[in-house]
Design a protein around this ligand. Structure first.
Ligand code: SF4
Length: 709
């Protein structure tokens, strides 16, 4: 038996794993005791990874390229050369006739950093379109915009070890116990070690995380800003703000002070639906603890004002001086294993390599010079929702989708289906043959996956870990970066671009990594000192890690200097805004969706293991007993849940985790497992104006007893 160190492919905790394998078969997995993210622990998903790996699993892997000539016929096996030549010809024809913005790439926070880098360069450097976006848009883009508006850079300032040093942990919009289980175990340990530590949880639902809290603020969905503004109001009234920190390290506080004047605890209690006394207590614990750490996730981000949700929470840290010290700071948790890596290489429609901004002409010129191309186009690319709307309208004609399943995971799933139906040419690059999105593929390209790939990922605490292969890929599956490079070379030649070979010279992942490292020189995330060899000998490292550094940085902004023009952090004076789709007489229930403990995304991997259904076997609509009685429903009845966009039929469960007028539905079930268009037929595609992240956390629905026929 042999062992290979790698990283878990599920959530953004980024746990180290040791893969056990024998004669080309993965036989087991255990936590890596030396990895600083988990110190040997694994959750239910991570500890069963080996059972989801080929050939142990009954999951249908994509094994060979498959092509169909028309939508009405089945795909047939084709050679790699035939598949990529065909793709290059179709893309080149569309670009020649309609321009570069008629094609788009939709990629994934589950790709490795090296994969991401190549796709970004292919779109922006070779084709000349910024139409490259990712499913990370659905989970982290509001956190990115929130950091940039306040602290000046997309850089989470804290680390997991701050959990061990904090006296007040403020968890907002995160069911950490389910979505980041190993972080939650660390929280449990820290509370045992420090029984005086306060845990405040802000969540409309009484989740397992909220159950553990000293104070649970069950705010109404979308009212976060009112809560944080009221907490700041209390801090100001009581003299709990850190005037010295504000004066020395920030700007814009006077404007914010004026805004929060109106947010009395009583006023906010009316908006948020929680007692004023609880808001006052939260403000006291937050401001007066020795060190306060905030952890937050999709509850803040998946909102039509997600950027300001983030900024309003970061305001509290700046106002109380809880930043840049052990145990203190705002700390966004990433949902996916490499959402951070994607941000680092600029793999979103509005970003460029190394946290540069597409809108900045100097940044575009720097990237063009690094890549050796005349320019990077200035026209903004389409973000996820915009991209699929443009596909439906015909503005975008061809889409290349890699390692993600938008037909299951995007909001307003019926619109996504229409868009994929309408597209002239859809390429799906996937490890799994049977995803909802693969059904729309004109060309299906088999990709390698966990246990087979090599490269790097970055977790929530800026820690870069190696991903290593333990076994060979099944069938003809190829690595994602290699598929992208092979396609890029063929497309570049088809378009007559003389720079093609120079743009994509890579022999392996390490060559891509080294080019990526060079783009970060002098930037906030400088990793010029972090070679594969250093990762090999020193293990996972946090950025920044510039040339000559002996280690990365645990904590940012310890000197109180921020990467803004003035060197000061900026307060954002944000006002409370309503949700995009308020409840109404016809749709009176506020629906929120979220994760279960033992499932991952669209269940392509976890859905193949019976034991991972022991916790929750099917999608249940969690509804308060009062709402069941009002509708004459009993536990287990089938109900029709409908929104303005479509409906699903599910069983109902009585639950006091939601208040009357609210409902919860797990996000994991799509068309394949639930029929119709899946859970996301209900959700809303309205998005935040800054981050373009859609409001997946709130939709107005009706719930009625389902009568067959
Ligand atoms: Fe994997 Fe996340 Fe579980 Fe760690 S906490 S084992 S990264 S799913």
């Amino acid at each position: 038996m042999a062992e290979t160190k790698s990283t878990c492919c599920y959530c953004g905790v980024g746990c180290g794993v040791i893969i056990e394998h024998d004669e080309g078969v993965i036989t087991g997995v255990r936590g890596d005791p030396q990895h600083p993210a988990n110190f040997g622990r694994l959750c239910t998903k991570g500890s069963t990874l080996h059972l989801t790996a080929a050939p142990n699993t009954r999951v249908a892997r994509a094994l060979y390229p498959e092509l169909r000539a028309t939508r009405n016929e089945a795909r047939s096996r084709i050679s790699w050369d035939g598949a990529l030549d065909h793709a290059a010809e179709r893309f080149a024809a569309i670009v020649r006739e309609h321009g570069p913005d008629a094609v788009a790439f939709y990629i994934s926070g589950q790709l490795l950093t090296e994969d991401y880098y190549v796709f970004n360069k292919l779109a922006k450097g070779l084709i000349g379109t910024n139409n490259v976006d990712t499913n990370s848009r659905l989970c982290m883009s509001s956190a990115v915009a929130g950091y940039k508006q306040t602290l000046g850079a997309d850089a989470p300032p804290a680390s997991y070890e701050d959990i061990d040093h904090t006296d007040c942990l403020f968890i907002s919009g995160s069911n950490t116990a389910f979505a980041h289980p190993i972080v939650f175990r660390r929280i449990e340990d820290a509370r045992k070690a420090n029984p005086a530590m306060k845990l405040i949880v802000v969540d409309p639902r009484r989740t397992d995380t909220a159950e553990a809290a000293d104070l649970h603020l069950a705010i109404l969905p979308g009212t976060d800003i009112a809560l944080y503004n009221a907490m700041l109001h209390v801090m100001l009234w009581e003299g709990w703000v850190d005037e010295a920190y504000i004066a020395a390290h920030t700007e814009g506080f006077d404007a914010l002070r004026k805004v929060v004047r109106a947010y009395t605890p009583q006023m906010a209690a009316g908006i948020c639906g929680v007692p004023a006394a609880d808001i006052e207590r939260a403000a006291q614990w937050f401001a007066t603890s020795k060190a306060t750490l905030s952890m937050y996730c999709q509850g803040l981000n998946q909102s039509s004002h997600g950027t300001h949700n983030n900024a309003a929470l970061i305001n509290l840290h700046l106002a109380s001086g809880h930043l840049g010290r052990p145990g203190a700071g705002p700390f966004s948790l990433t949902g996916q294993p490499n959402a951070m890596g994607g941000r680092e290489v600029g793999g979103l429609a509005n970003l460029l390599s190394a946290h540069r901004d597409l809108a900045n002409p100097q940044h575009r010129a720097e990237v063009a010079a690094l890549w050796g191309v005349p320019d990077v186009p200035a026209a903004p690319g389409k973000s996820a929702v915009e991209l699929f709307r443009a596909l439906e309208s015909g503005e975008i004609k061809a889409a290349w989708i890699a390692c993600t399943n938008p037909a299951q995971s995007m909001p307003d799933a019926a619109q996504i289906a229409r868009a994929l139906d309408k597209a002239e040419f859809v390429v799906v690059q996937e490890a799994y043959a049977t995803t909802e999105t693969a059904a729309y593929a004109d060309l299906l390209l088999p990709a390698t996956t966990w246990g087979e790939k090599t490269g790097t990922v970055t977790n929530s605490e800026r820690r870069i870990s190696r991903v290593r292969p333990a076994v060979a890929a099944p069938g003809e599956a190829r690595h994602d970066w290699a598929i992208a490079v092979d396609f890029a070379r063929r497309l570049g030649h088809a378009l007559g671009n003389p720079l093609t070979d120079a743009l994509f010279p890579y022999a392996d992942e390490e060559a891509i990594w080294n080019e990526h490292r060079e783009t970060t020189r002098g930037r906030d995330l400088d990793i010029t000192g972090l070679s594969y060899a250093t990762l090999e000998t020193e293990g996972p490292q946090q950025w920044p890690f510039p040339s000559g550094a002996g280690s990365g940085k645990t904590r940012l902004y310890e000197d109180g200097v921020f990467p803004t023009e003035s060197g000061r952090a900026k307060f954002v004076a944000a006002e409370h805004l309503p949700v995009a789709e308020p409840v109404s007489a016809k749709y009176p229930i506020a629906l929120t969706t979220g994760r279960l403990r033992d499932q991952w995304h669209g269940m392509s991997r976890t859905g193949t293991l019976a034991r991972l259904f022991a916790h929750e076997a099917e999608p249940l609509l969690h509804l308060n007993q009062a709402d069941l009685e009002r509708r004459g429903l009993a536990e287990g009845d089938l109900v029709r849940v409908s929104s303005r966009r479509g409906a699903v039929i599910v069983k109902v469960a009585a639950s006091d985790s939601v208040r009357p007028g609210q409902a919860f539905l797990p996000m994991h079930w799509g068309a394949n497992t639930m029929g119709g268009y899946g859970v996301n037929v209900l959700t809303v595609s309205a998005f935040d104006p800054y981050s373009k992240q859609p409001e997946l956390k709130h939709a107005a629905v009706q719930v009625e007893k389902y009568a067959e026929g």
